[in-house]
Design a protein around this ligand. Structure first.
Ligand code: DC
Length: 224
């Protein structure tokens, strides 16, 4: 008898909507790993450096051929490794986010990431979060969600996060970065960010993270 494929829950949505935090909590509730695919694009952008999006497809393919992403652990302790090493904190900067968004339009980069993500999902049950998890990478996922929130609210959340970390932040600059990334991620020709067919769309503008998590769990693990 063929063995059942691992459980996949997809969580897509725009920058700053809180996907990573919800994905890690959801993975903890389900006792499985979470895959932060934005971190994969960020790690590639950071490692290859500014302007890599202008390289030829052949060079990019060759460079990405040296990348191997693996996962370790589960729930909030999930670790994503690149060639056996944890990803550096620097990938979280706004600038690396911008580079990642630019690199993410390149066909050979998307093809590589899709292959690496499918490979991880073949062996590991996952909460997979990103932009195209439900629409392109895991169209057959058992549960699909698309989280959204007004750009102003996402900018405020990011501003509060940075403040809590004691890092200087400029609300207007954050909002303009979010709008620019939304525009790039929504309007690219390959795998544009959009709710997947069959995805439950959750508008999180006026609800707390705990309420979003409860709504998702209600679908994934309905009360008996
Ligand atoms: O989720 P994030 O902000 O860390 O993602 C960084 C960028 O990576 C995002 O602006 C677009 C790209 N990305 C993508 O194209 N597809 C994904 N599945 C995840 C991220």
């Amino acid at each position: 008898m063929p063995s059942a494929s691992p459980l996949i829950v997809t969580l897509d949505g725009p920058a700053g909507v809180g996907k990573s935090s919800i994905a890690s909590r959801l993975a903890g509730e389900l006792g499985i790993a979470f895959l932060d695919t934005g971190a994969m694009f960020r790690a590639a952008a950071y490692t290859l450096g500014e302007g890599a999006w202008d390289w030829t497809q052949g060079i990019l393919q060759q460079k990405l051929g040296d990348f191997e992403f693996t996962l370790r652990g589960s729930g909030k302790d999930t670790e994503l490794l690149l060639n056996g090493q944890p990803l550096p904190e620097d990938i979280r900067s706004e600038q690396v986010g911008q580079w990642a968004s630019q690199l993410a339009v390149v066909p050979s980069v998307r093809a590589y990431m899709k292959m690496a993500q499918i490979f991880l999902g073949q062996t590991t049950p996952l909460v997979a979060e990103g932009r195209d998890m439900g629409s392109v990478v895991f169209p057959g996922a058992k549960f699909k969600f698309f989280l959204d929130a007004a750009p102003e609210e996402r900018a405020r959340r990011r501003f509060r996060q940075l403040e809590a970390l004691g890092k200087p932040a400029d609300l207007e600059a954050i909002l303009s970065g979010i709008n620019q990334r939304d525009d790039q991620d929504r309007n690219r020709s390959i795998a544009p960010m959009k709710p997947a067919e069959g995805a439950v769309v959750v508008d999180t503008t006026h609800i707390s993270e705990g309420e979003v998590l409860a709504e998702i769990l209600n679908t994934v693990r309905p009360p008996a």
